[in-house]
Design a protein around this ligand. Structure first.
Ligand code: DGY
Length: 330
């Protein structure tokens, strides 16, 4: 259905998000906004009800945008704008079939996510969580040469799985720590990007075998689902540290648990898990050599504001039929 010039587009925002983005929508004069203005996820039944007849949807990575939702929204829906760079929650085939445009938020969260990756890597390899606990619980006795030792970056080999925006930013952040060699793997060699850190393109097996630190930055796709499994863990160094700030499902968590408890690898730092939140009784949370964070890669105030603003601008451009600042190519 075509809207007349004076009809406002109906937009649904599926969560409380930084106000800057919502203000842009509300002040645009082209849409009327309904919002699930809570920090917790909108119940699925409410989401299905609210999207009915919407022209635009502003959503997060927690909302599954699948056939059921698209059917519930109906033929008015022209734009989906996700406040995330990841888009594995979107059924792109269904979306494409309906001619719906998609906006997402790359670039604005690269630095924050790279920074968090480095923080998690250091916290994991230098055993910060364990050390803080020891300082608090009386485990800190005299200074002991063999106590609380971990692995440093100096002279190390770092393997980057997925040399996209965030992968290369992590490499650049790690370089000044004295990394000896960067390896990377991706769908294809990316010589121009790799040159920034003199990274060598290798197959995944070789990367697993030779890296002291492996950091995962690939998108979740059918090809990368469970990519890090017992086969790869068995190839890794016993002293290796695995870091994942991409998507939890890239790692097979049962195999990771085995690898961590049998000494196949030294430690792991996970900012992403399956499911999220990870239940508090999950076996991974009981391990001293596993640091689990609650998906906070992009969690700086400035980054979340920028994501909200970009998602709003994508949505508005889509509603006006204009080029989006960041449109997902499908
Ligand atoms: C994303 O945007 O996909 C991150 O996982 C959260 O910022």
């Amino acid at each position: 259905m075509k809207r007349s010039q004076h009809q406002l587009a109906k937009v649904y925002v599926s969560r409380r998000v930084p106000q800057e983005g919502v203000n842009l929508l509300q002040d645009s004069g082209i849409c009327e906004v309904t919002q699930w203005d809570f920090d917790e996820t909108v119940p699925r039944s409410e989401l299905l009800k609210q999207v009915a007849g919407a022209h635009g949807l502003f959503c997060l990575l927690t909302e599954k945008i699948d056939k059921e939702l698209l059917d519930a929204a109906g033929p008015n829906l022209k734009v989906i704008s996700t406040m995330s760079v990841g888009h594995d929650h979107l059924s792109l085939d269904e979306i494409k079939k309906r001619g719906i445009r998609v906006g997402y938020t790359p670039d604005v969260l690269t630095d924050a996510t790279a920074e968090l990756t480095v923080a998690l890597l250091l916290a994991t390899s230098r055993r910060l969580m364990e050390a803080v606990a020891e300082a608090k619980n009386g485990g800190w006795g005299t200074w002991k040469p063999l106590w609380m030792c971990g692995y440093g970056l100096s002279n190390s080999t770092v393997g980057i799985v997925g040399l996209g925006r965030i992968g290369i930013a992590v490499g650049q952040c790690l370089k000044p720590f004295g990394v000896k060699k960067f390896l990377y793997t991706d769908f294809e060699p990316k010589p121009d990007i790799a040159a920034q850190i003199q990274a060598e393109y290798v197959p995944l097996d070789k990367l697993a075998e030779e890296s002291d630190f492996v950091t995962l930055h690939c998108a979740l796709t059918p090809e990368t689902q469970g990519l890090y499994n017992k086969d790869l863990f068995s190839k890794m160094k016993k002293t290796a540290v695995l870091i994942n700030t991409s998507r939890g499902a890239v790692v097979n968590q049962e195999d990771l648990y085995q690898a961590l408890t049998t000494g196949q690898i030294a430690a792991a730092g996970m900012d992403v898990t399956v499911p999220e939140p990870l239940p508090t009784n999950h076996p991974l949370l009981s391990l001293k050599n596993c640091v689990v964070l609650p998906h906070i890669g992009s969690a700086t105030y400035a980054t979340r504001n920028a994501m909200s603003v970009l998602a709003a601008n994508n949505l508005l451009a889509g509603l006006k039929g204009e080029p989006m600042p960041s449109e997902l190519k499908m």
